[in-house]
Design a protein around this ligand. Structure first.
Ligand SMILES: *[C@@H]1O[C@H](CO)[C@@H](O)[C@H](O)[C@H]1NC(C)=O
Ligand SMILES: *[C@@H]1O[C@H](CO)[C@@H](O)[C@H](O)[C@H]1NC(C)=O
Ligand SMILES: *[C@@H]1O[C@H](CO)[C@@H](O)[C@H](O)[C@H]1NC(C)=O
Ligand SMILES: *[C@@H]1O[C@H](CO)[C@@H](O)[C@H](O)[C@H]1NC(C)=O
Length: 463
């Protein structure tokens, strides 16, 4: 049966699609299932064959039976000629049966073709329905009982003016980090609130989602809690070095409940991110004013370029914003990215009259290619970042820097063995040119730990 092998191939691919739609089928169980399906089909064909053969036999036996019953009443003398006649008629009936069998064969053949065509058609229909399924598939990780607000924030919205050639689409998808879909319960929780009312104070929870890669978070239709007794910010430029009023923010998400606590945190035991960053009269005040070893001075860095040619830039993980403040004093505009890790870093940067941006290092930088004069980053880019992710970040920095733009890597921390084996080659590989490169042993946790820092001033080549 040639046609059988042909149809079983199409059945197999049909079956594969079926399993994809059912989704959870692993590679291991695919093969036995396929085989089962094929044997099933073969068995059905066999049944069909046996059935048609039985029909043929039935036709035969009916004729034979009629013949033999006639034979019982034959007279002795005519028996020979009658027998001959009977034989003759049997012969012709046999011929008729033969053509009947051929006819049946042909019918089986055409049935086979019909089944084949049907399967091809089924497969085609299945494929086209899958295109729709695939869309739903992206969201299939979410619980089936999605709240209306989750659907509103995550599902596509139809463009009111119809198809847009610019977008090459007639729907608009609300942006949301793909990783968010991996945390359906958290996503549902984040999108549970009273529409038009006050948002839950869930900063810590929301930031955890961001730090897991659920970035951007979906947008919400609620108002953030507003501080009671808000006072206007300190006028610029005094704001650059002023501590804002305690009533300018909501303190619920933080261990400290006022700025005094944050300022004095550097004198307390315990590990906090950017522990001494809120004390603007302490170590913060002198940062980047001097040039020695791993510490480069802003003045010295700017001098590597024609005067005034560094105008705009980005500070990745800029703590309380002091780098941007120092640059602002030189009429250079710096946007500072920061997380609010147990401290109101974004609010504090804003209170200084600087631009904060709440994005993690995983996020594609929201700047166009070849636009920024300088990118700075201190302590944040380090060996805690997976190598692959770091390489993506470095390429992204390269992307947004203009030709001749500067990437100032400030105190990158790593193990001694990683420095020459992993990181130095990676920075070269991305394509930066080294203007300065300094390494230094980090000794605060003991020399034997072989921990190192390196600082570098890198340049995006002109062409
Ligand atoms: C058998 O039948 C055919 C026609 O069906 C006829 O020509 C022939 O003479 C017959 N032979 C005998 C022996 O009856
Ligand atoms: C049935 O189809 C096969 C090929 O598909 C062909 O070789 C065979 O002759 C056909 N049989 C009949 C009775 O039509
Ligand atoms: C910054 O710009 C202002 C206004 O253009 C100017 O008066 C001031 O001298 C500039 N400061 C520096 C350090 O270039
Ligand atoms: C890295 O390599 C340089 C030579 O290219 C060497 O001087 C330096 O000691 C090495 N650093 C570490 C930490 O192994």
């Amino acid at each position: 049966m040639n046609s059988n092998s042909a149809s079983s191939t199409s059945i197999n691919s049909f079956q594969e699609e079926n399993q994809q739609a059912a989704s959870m089928g692993s590679e291991e169980e695919e093969t036995p299932r396929k085989q089962h399906f094929r044997t099933n089909f073969q068995r059905k064909l066999l049944h069909l064959l046996i059935f048609t053969n039985l029909v043929t036999i039935a036709v035969f036996t009916a004729t034979t039976f009629r013949l033999s019953s006639n034979g019982d009443i034959l007279h002795h003398e005519d028996s020979a000629s009658r027998l001959l006649q009977e034989l003759n008629s049997t012969k012709s009936q046999l011929l008729a049966s033969d053509s009947l069998v051929a006819d049946l064969h042909q019918k089986i053949n055409s049935t086979n073709l019909l089944v084949q065509a049907l399967l091809v058609e089924l497969e085609r229909q299945h494929d086209s329905s899958l295109a729709v399924d695939k869309e739903a598939d992206v969201f299939s990780v979410l619980p089936s009982s999605l709240s209306d607000e989750v659907k509103f924030s995550v599902f596509p919205h139809k463009l009111p003016l119809g198809y847009s050639p610019r977008a090459d689409s007639d729907v608009l998808y609300p942006p949301i980090g793909a990783a968010c879909l991996r945390f359906p319960e958290e996503l549902s929780r984040y999108l549970t609130y009273e529409i038009g009312g006050e948002c839950p104070v869930d900063d810590v929870f929301a930031q955890k989602l961001i730090l897991r890669g659920c970035e951007p978070l979906p947008r919400r239709r609620c108002h953030p809690k507003s501080p009671v007794g808000y006072v206007e910010p300190t006028p610029f430029p005094d704001s650059l070095w002023s501590i804002p009023s305690d009533s300018s923010i909501i303190w619920d998400p933080y261990t400290c409940k006022n700025y005094n606590c944050l300022i004095n945190r550097d004198k307390l035991p315990g590990i906090y991110d950017c522990k001494d960053c809120f004390n603007l009269q302490g170590r913060e005040k002198a940062r980047w004013l001097f040039d020695r070893g791993l510490d480069y001075g802003i003045e010295q860095v700017l001098q590597t370029k024609p005067a005034g040619s560094i105008r705009i830039g980005l500070d990745i993980g800029g703590g309380s914003g002091t780098f941007a403040a120092r640059m602002r004093e030189r009429n250079i505009t710096i946007i500072t990215t920061s997380m609010n890790l147990d401290g109101p870093f974004n609010s504090f940067i804003a209170s200084r009259g600087l631009i904060p941006m709440h994005v993690s290092i995983s996020q594609r930088l929201p700047f166009f290619e070849n636009t920024l004069d300088i990118v700075h980053s201190m302590h944040v880019l380090s060996n805690w970042i997976p190598d692959g992710m770091l390489e993506l970040t470095l390429y992204d920095i390269y992307r947004v820097l203009r030709p001749g733009g500067l990437f100032w890597l400030d105190h990158f921390f790593c193990q001694g063995s990683q420095l020459n084996q992993t990181y130095a080659p990676m920075f070269d590989r991305v394509g930066f040119k080294r203007l300065r490169w300094n390494t230094g042993k980090k000794v605060d946790r003991g020399v034997e730990k072989n921990e190192w820092y390196f600082s570098a001033l890198l340049e995006k080549p002109m062409t």
